[in-house]
Design a protein around this ligand. Structure first.
Ligand code: TYM
Length: 329
């Protein structure tokens, strides 16, 4: 079976962008791939975190993976910090990555501008840890939203560089980016992506938002003034709402445009709000159930960490040997 890896940060509350751009695409992949879905808590500390809060959010994210429909027996769902191979491989790959390459990462530039009081080395080498995540599991594919594309490219470059020196050690991963929904935009500024860290709470739909909140946010969504439901780059607000409706109703963009032909924005926004609320409802119910069953979630955390460790150690041993570390006695 081929392998697949993806991860999410446990910082902030997950948004509809994370769900439609990533999580929702993950649900059926375990038939074809050996799937690893990680809560990337090592990445999270590249910006300052409150420890108790981070622990809580990491658990909430792992629970949400399960609640959204990832079967924790068929998919390996685990915390990055429970598998030390991530950090170990990351160090080795740091020595095969150039400062110049990392300097070109747009996400680093954005984050450095935003957190100018804490531009730490971890923030700079963030993409190397991401490469380690992916390569540790010899991943063939990595399902992500479009914002992670540059990180996937550097991962491939690092892997190819390593392989050209030491032979075929790493599988070269391919990005897997959905056609629609790869970039869900902010409801308030549709030229920006919907983001967990947006300060304006009306800009993002959080997966734990209740139905009234969801509908209210969609009603307030920024669109344009011509009141025609057309899919066009000139109408980013409406385009985004069409994408969201299309994904939550399993309809093509053409079908959605046809369905709302001649209708006004008010009706359309209401329909999108209701569709999203009804997708979120069962997930929220399942989260509440899982929160009551601590022993069950704990057992998943334990079993899956062991499984991830098994695969990670296999790759790590191979890499350590290649670079010339002495074998353990
Ligand atoms: P993160 O936590 O920012 O986002 C998790 C996933 O959600 C996608 N995403 C979106 N998709 C569509 N529209 C949006 N508005 C939107 N916002 C976020 C992201 O593309 C991503 O797929 N560095 C990564 C986490 C990571 C990772 C990895 C991913 C660490 N190691 C290895 C893949 C493989 C991150 O911060 O994602």
């Amino acid at each position: 079976k081929k392998s697949l890896f993806s991860g999410m940060q446990a910082t902030g509350n997950l948004t509809l962008g994370n769900y439609l751009g990533a999580l929702n695409n993950w649900l059926t992949l375990n038939e074809e791939y050996e799937c690893f879905y990680c809560v990337v808590d090592l990445h999270s500390i590249t910006v300052r975190q409150d420890p108790a809060e981070l622990r809580k959010r990491a658990r909430a994210l792992l629970t949400l993976y399960i609640a959204a429909g990832l079967d924790p027996v068929k998919n390996c769902i685990y915390y990055q910090s429970h598998v030390s191979g991530h950090a170990e491989l990351s160090w080795i790959l740091n020595c095969f990555t150039y400062m110049g390459e990392l300097n070109r990462m747009t996400q680093f530039k954005d984050k450095a501008a935003k957190h100018s009081d804490n531009i730490n080395a971890g923030l700079f080498t963030y993409p190397v840890l991401m490469a380690a995540d992916i390569l540790l599991f010899q991943s063939d594919v990595v399902p992500v939203g479009v914002d992670q594309k540059q990180h996937l490219e550097i991962t491939r470059d690092i892997a190819e560089r390593f392989n050209s020196i030491y032979g075929d050690v790493f599988t070269i991963p391919e990005p897997y980016i959905g056609k629609v929904g790869a970039k869900i935009m902010s409801l308030q500024e549709p030229s920006k992506k919907m983001s967990k860290s947006d300060e304006n709470v009306n800009a993002s739909i959080y997966l734990m938002d209740d139905p009234d909140t969801v509908i209210r946010k969609f009603k307030r969504a920024v669109t344009d003034s011509d009141n025609q439901i057309i899919y066009s780059d000139d109408k980013p607000g409406i385009k985004n709402l069409i994408d969201i409706y299309s994904l939550t109703n399993n309809k093509t963009v053409e079908e959605v445009v046809k369905e709302f032909d001649g209708k006004g924005y008010g009706d359309f926004k209401m329909a999108v709000g209701e569709a999203v609320a009804s997708v979120l409802k069962p997930i929220q119910t399942r989260v509440a159930e899982l929160n009551k069953d601590k022993a069950y979630v704990d057992s998943i955390i334990k079993t899956n960490a062991e499984k991830a460790n098994y695969y990670a150690t296999k790759t790590l041993r191979k890499v350590q040997k290649k670079v010339g570390f002495p074998e353990k006695i």
